[in-house]
Design a protein around this ligand. Structure first.
Ligand code: NAD
Ligand code: TYD
Length: 336
């Protein structure tokens, strides 16, 4: 199968492409705009792989997307603006990419008559926030997004549902909890705390640090997406969670323990507006229908992740300095 992966130069997309190309016989076309979050260096080890090609472009570009879609059987759609804090600063890029871009992909998939599956990668954040004793999110829970990011993702989920209902498109929606692992952009909690610790900077904790996230190792999420592609029921939604609820302060203390550093750099700062208190996922449907379950424990996964950031200092230093942006021009020339 030839698979269009959107957003393959980001954190989860690049981990997904690595699994596809090293563990399956599928071919991959990676369509990515290379926004600030897209980094060609994430896939450096796979450049020149015979089953891989890269197209730089935006998912809202119907002409480009239509021409790429003619070549492929299936789509796994990761491309998104993904950071809640940025969506609070400026929501419009989230609407353009996450909402409009998803609709362009759905239309192009239908127009091209693709025979495979359209996997739409979404998030637990569409369900909103849980109280301390609430049961974990199930797929039929109401959508109650609280940030511009999660509202844009919920919108894209609804467009996917409509494409299935109206046009019978074989769309499968996946919703995953918070990912961590190699190649995560250092604006998100875990890489930010690791790098700030290594650089001797303070560790900014929003509010009281008692917000809970259900952490999942990125490869477990990617294997869920692959299972959804191979075995997902058209029209279905599958939750993927790590069965690993932790408060932010617990996560930060675990990182400091691995690095053998004191806790004195933890700094409690002003809370994020609309900050969701707790996420937790019920993944029973994915276990039952896809035969999927998360494999990595948080202790092992976090240690692996911290060690990856220690061993790959040049990767994140080039992000902090902005040099990673120059890599595209070196590889492909300045064609945009
Ligand atoms: P990321 O921000 O690391 O990567 C996003 C990628 O999409 C980048 O390579 C970027 O260049 C590309 N992109 C952005 N706008 C584009 C556009 N208009 N056209 C083409 N490419 C564009 O994100 P991530 O953390 O890898 O998340 C991937 C997907 O998984 C997103 O849809 C996100 O909502 C979802 N998700 C993420 C998490 C998480 O914890 N990170 C959890 C659940 C779901
Ligand atoms: P984040 O990685 O932005 O993911 P999300 O908001 O999608 O869950 O944040 C994870 C949690 O960490 C969230 O509760 C906000 C908190 N957080 C901090 O306390 N400090 C920070 O500097 C960041 C980036 C996040």
């Amino acid at each position: 199968m030839k698979i269009l992966v959107t957003g393959g130069c980001g954190f989860i997309g690049s981990n997904f492409i690595r699994i596809l190309l090293t563990e399956t016989d599928n071919q991959v076309v990676n369509l990515d705009a290379l926004t600030y979050a897209g980094n060609l260096e994430n896939l450096r080890d796979l450049e020149g792989h015979p089953g891989y090609s890269f197209v730089r472009g935006r998912i809202e570009d119907m002409a480009l997307v239509s021409s790429v879609m003619k070549e492929v059987d299936s789509v796994v759609h990761f491309a998104a603006e993904s950071h809640v804090d940025r969506s609070i600063q400026q929501a419009s890029p989230f609407i353009t990419t996450n909402v409009m871009g998803t609709q362009v992909l759905l239309d192009a998939f239908r127009n091209a008559g693709c025979q495979g599956t359209f996997v739409h990668v979404s998030t637990d954040e569409v369900y909103g926030s849980l109280g301390p004793n609430d049961p974990a999110f199930k797929e039929d829970f109401p959508l109650k997004p609280n940030s511009p990011y999660s509202a844009s993702k919920a919108s894209s989920d609804l467009l996917c549902r409509a494409a299935f209902k109206t046009f019978n498109l074989p769309v499968v929606i996946t919703r995953c909890s918070n990912n961590y692992g190699p190649y995560q952009f250092p604006e998100k909690l875990i890489p930010l705390m690791v790098i700030n610790s290594l650089e001797g900077r303070s560790l900014p904790v929003y509010g009281d640090g008692m917000n809970v996230r259900d952490w999942i190792y990125v490869e477990d999420h990617c294997r869920g997406c692959l299972a959804a592609l191979e075995k997902g029921r058209p029209g279905a939604i599958y939750n993927f969670g790590g069965q690993c609820e932790k408060t932010n302060i617990q996560v930060i203390k675990s990182i400091l323990e691995i690095l053998d550093l004191p806790e004195d750099r933890i700094e409690f700062v002003k809370d994020r507006p609309g900050h969701d208190r707790r996420y937790a996922m019920n993944s029973e449907l994915a276990v039952k229908e896809l035969g999927w379950k998360p494999r990595m424990t948080f202790e092992t996964g976090l240690e692996k992740t911290v060690k990856w950031y220690l061993a790959n200092r040049p990767w994140w230093e080039r992000i902090l300095s902005g040099q990673y942006m120059e890599y595209y021009e070196k590889q492909y020339g300045n064609k945009g």
